[in-house]
Design a binder for this molecule. Structure first.
Ligand SMILES: [Zn+2]
Length: 65
């Protein structure tokens, strides 16, 4: 099927997500820091995790309009 081939090609050309190395909240390199893992993402600390959750909540709330 042509459509299936096209789908596969799309999947291959799609840039692979880089391994997360920075905290999503403060953008510090996590490599050297203590990893705080939540919902499939890494943060340097619980504080940053909370900060990111609050931020994403605010963003999704504002973007709904
Ligand atoms: Zn952080």
């Amino acid at each position: 099927m042509v459509t299936e081939v096209a789908k596969e090609m799309q999947a291959e050309t799609k840039p692979k997500a880089e391994k997360q190395t920075n905290c999503l909240a403060c953008n510090k390199l996590i490599k050297k820091l203590k990893k705080y893992y939540r919902n499939g993402k890494f943060y340097c600390s619980k504080k940053c995790w909370r900060a990111f959750i609050d931020k994403s909540k605010a963003e999704s709330g504002a973007g709904k309009k």
